[in-house]
Each structure stands twice: as C-alpha cells, then as structure tokens.
Design a protein around this ligand. Sequence first.
Ligand SMILES: [Zn+2]
Length: 360
Amino acid sequence: MTGVVDTAIGETADAAAQRTMRALTLVADRKIELRDVPPPLPPAANEVQIAIKAIGLNHIDVWGWRGMAFAKRTLPLVVGVEAAGEIAAVGPGVSACKNGDRVVAYGALTCGACKACREGRDNLCENVASIMGFHIDGFARDLVNMPTRLVVPIPAGVSFRDAACAPVAFGTVQHMLFDNAKLEPGETILVQAGGSGIGTSAIKMAKAIGCTVITTVGDDAKAGQAKALGADHVINYRTERFEGVVRKLTGKKGVDVAFEHVGPDTFNGSLLCLKRGGRLVTCGSTSGQSITLNLFQLYLQQYRIFGSFGCSIRNIRESLAKMAAGLLPVIDTEVPLAAFERGLDRLESRQVFGKIIVMF
Ligand SMILES: [Zn+2]
C-alpha cells in the first residue's frame, strides 16, 4: 500500500515538473522571447492566482524594451505592466474574491502599511518595492500570483480587453485630471498628443464632464478621429504652431489645464497656452528628459505644475466604474501574445490611435 502511494506522489511530482506556462520574456535590449517557464506555486496566504487574459501596452513598456541604463533590474524579465484576468486559485484566508472572479491588478508592489498607503495614496508609498513588468516580472504570462489587497474586481459588462486599460492608462489619466489638476466641468483643457492611449482617454474623460477640449495630433487622419471622439478643436502640430492656435481659440485667455506627456517638444508651449493661474499636469517625457524653464513666467503667471506618476487603487476603481457606465477606452489594435513586439514597434513609431492590447 505504501509503495502505491509513493508511486502516485512520484508521478504527480514528475507531472508538475513538466508543466509549464507561457511568458513573454525580455532577454536583452529590444529582444523579447515567448518562453515556457514553470508556473507559480499555489497562492500563499492572502494571495490570489490570476489567469491573465489581456495586457495593455504603454510607453513604459517601450522604455523597458529599449533598455534604460538607470533602471535597477536584471534580465530575463517577464514584461507587461497592466493586465486583466480571471482568478484561478485563492490562497488561505482569502474571502474577498473567489475562483472565476474577473479582476485587474495594481502593478506596483506597495507596502500597504506606510502613511501614504493607509491614506489610499498608493502611488506615493514610501516603501514601494518595484513596478511589475519594469523592475521585476510583470503580467505577460499565463498565471501570476498577487496580494489580494492589490486586486480590483471588473464590473459586469466590461470586457477583459477594455479592463486591461484601467490600471495604467485610465488610472493615470483619472489621477492626473481629477486628483492633481482638479479639472472642473466647463473648463477648457489642452490635451497634447490626443491620439495616444492616454490622450484618447483624457479627451473622453474631459468631454464626459462638459469641458471644452483642444487637442494636438500629428496627422490629418488622426485629426478626424480625435474630432469623432468629441474634441472641440484639433490642431495638427506638424502644420500649425499649436501655441498660436490655442491663443486664438481662447480669445488670448489661454486654457485652464494643459495635459502633458510629450516632454521637451511641447512642454514650454503647453505652459504658454495656460491662462494666469492655469495648471499643467504631466506624466511623461517621450521626446526627452530636460527643458529650460522661464521662472519669471512661472511665478508671474502663477502657473501650477503637477508631476504625476501612476495612480491609486481608488483611481482604478473609478476608471472601471467609468467603463461600466459606457466611457470605454479607444482601442487601436489587438495583437496575439506572440506579436507583442509588433505592438511595441507600432507604439514606438507613434502610428497609433488609442491603445494596443495583447490578448492571451
Ligand atoms: Zn506604503
């Protein structure tokens, strides 16, 4: 009898050793491979195991893929910073969710205990360990274990594809516009690069509360698409100086809020577009890292500049609630798992209008 049990255990161990799952793995700068890797252990106490269904691509993926000298990380690294999936297993002591629940996850490993975390300002955590998909293994794999406190349920009626845009794209914009810039109904906003994933989200969120939206795009086809999203005025920045057009459109007053993520190419122009006391909020610098700032202009015009990175878990809930109410992300393309790099190429070339989603 003992011998039979031993054999059974032995077979189970062998079978487990042979079981693998897929993982998109960054092995060198600009080189991602679809690898077979061992699946995670069963979830520990207060953890859940998520079967990933969709990944949203963001510029942070492009930065990570190109390679960043200052980033503390070691390769190989599983990529993917925002995702949606379904709970496949729950660890001991988990009562907040169950197998089959549809969820997104907060991809920064915050401590959950510091003052910022306790106050729900997760992206200001004093002890944040890492960003998944950038510093440590991310979401682009079949199964991922996560602390239950970092998991947010997807409302009924919201697809995995759309929900995958909540943790970074929608969450970041929600945080920028409403927590930082405190955008109010009826105000005028300039949205730079309105065809990007976050640009399209910003246009829709600002229009949804009754703002006047001016946006910039790089070609005429995107101009038509931005109009169709509800933008009131679209400027092709390649053929017109946007600063002059914005002054004209606002009767020389300027806008209340400028939504920035382009960087040196547009930052000072965006400041010039603000009315006195206007707010500029930025979450990115795709065109470079440094600018020269006119300090006279900054204090005489009483500009307020907000740096914004990531969002809180509350912002993810708010984003998903907006999706459930019909404010959906703009999807540029869906690509299969094996075409992740093709998605990054497309994102890097800026030939996108909306989000690129990788489907599992
Ligand atoms: Zn913390």
